[in-house]
Design a protein. Sequence first.
Length: 365
Amino acid sequence: MVTSSSSESSAAPAAITLAVDCMGGDHGPRVTLAACRAFLDRHAEASLLLVGAPAALAAFGEHPRARIVAASEVVGMDDPVEIALRKKKDSSMRIAIQQVKDGAAQAAISAGNTGALMAIARYLLKTLDGIDRPAIAPQLPNIKGGATTVLDLGANVDCDAEDLLQFAVLGSALVSALTGNESPSVGLLNVGEEAIKGSETIKKASQLLRTAANSKDLNFYGNVEGNDIFKGTTDIVVCDGFVGNVALKASEGVASMIGEFIRVEFSRSIFTKAAAIVAYPVLKAFKNRLDHRRYNGAALLGLRGLVFKSHGSADEVAFGHALDRAYDAARNNLLDRVRARIAHAAPLLARQEPAVPADATALHA
């Protein structure tokens, strides 16, 4: 299995600087500024570049480890990718990513339009050698009390077997950097565990992943089903962006439905309300375990710089978790780990035929 190279294990910069798109998302500065201040309180060696309209960010006040970077435009949640990329060249989203490209920050974070963020990040930072398409890699809670990293969850709706292999390599580097596990297990999402099941793309991807496992490039578990994401069967689950996005939205819907069912049943009568009071500690613990805010912050993997996507509706707590995830990735040299794994797996990642053109209109997760 791939182990940390000397470049990977070299010390991270003493002070990590994050560039934050403070204008993005449903709530903008009202949420991002509060989350940024709390983040600085948690991380004494971190610094922030607050990107946005100076007037809107003035409420943050003075801080020795924070600096405002002016941007005159904002990418709206409904803006087409073409508008965000070609027309709004002074947007807070673009300027934040530009800080990473220029070396002023080690990572950028935005809660803005997903498709625009992916397009701008890919345009400015470019993809790493050996990677055709960046992937979105969030975490979903599992029954073991941890989280399963799933990719891709919306950036690439139509993938071939080679893309899925690349996602596995990228996901392995991410989990290794964030958890310290140098050999995270990888599962391939399928309609069944048996090797004979699935489309031709899935069957070919399974073969490529087994070959990669035999050459110690990654730790391939085998095919997994949708429920394995939440069982924690593997550390990583690989799928195309269409399937991944459907799985994500379906799981969010089921979680909301269960929460609503519980609320309705405990509200039926004075007796059920009394039962709710007795059960409150259990209900609170249950809610905390399923709190999606704890898992906010999806990495855009495969780029020549670190970019993290926060959910557009994130509140202060959720956006703070996205900041923490980006900070941990930068502090643990995620980019170096990705490069090392790609270099080790280069013979397998080399395509025998041209890649399918990337879908520029990524799903807006």
